[in-house]
Design a protein around this ligand. Sequence first.
Ligand SMILES: [Zn+2]
Length: 215
Amino acid sequence: MKILMMGPPGAGKGSQSAKVVEHYELPSISTGQMFRDAYNNNDPIGIEAMKYIKDGNLVSDDITNEIVRLRLSKNDTENSFLLDGYPRTVAQAAALDVMLDEMGTELDAVFNILSSNDVLFERMEQRRVCKSCDTTYHLKFKIPKIDGICDVCGGVLYQRPDDTLESVKRRLEIYETKTRPLLDYYEKKGILFHINGMQPFDNVYNDIELVLRDI
Ligand SMILES: [Zn+2]
């Protein structure tokens, strides 16, 4: 099972991806996560990437393709994986197709999680993430038991530098101009599935699972 999760920033694709990954035991390939990990490890690729990310900009295609290529070259992604946050441009999608072609495989399904801009702003302003295990919280809908502390591991919760209002606006603009054209790209391949992201978490997940059962 090789799947790709798409949707504007804040549509909930991270949380849905986490549940799919857990249920189907898929390796998760999240470029955002890989860049944040690299940054926290003082890795040059992470430091370079964070210059773009903190202002809500896209990391360059070359750096992003390279980090994905390295990840896909590991054995665990041979039969299945979930891509979250990559590709984000048509050039990245083309690069991904080349990588998959070299592996002798292709994507089975691309999910587009739909949401309105109001919901997106609200979600991102209220989002907090654990520094240690990356579990996400929402200050209204998924409140940590102890303020500022992760329920899962006791780590410190923080607001991602790209979750501020200015940065969110910029990410939405970039999504519209650079990432939305990808929907056509995958629609033409006949593997695009639209999911209504403005429902309770479990309903969104059920809609995704209905598709996954058939592939
Ligand atoms: Zn945690």
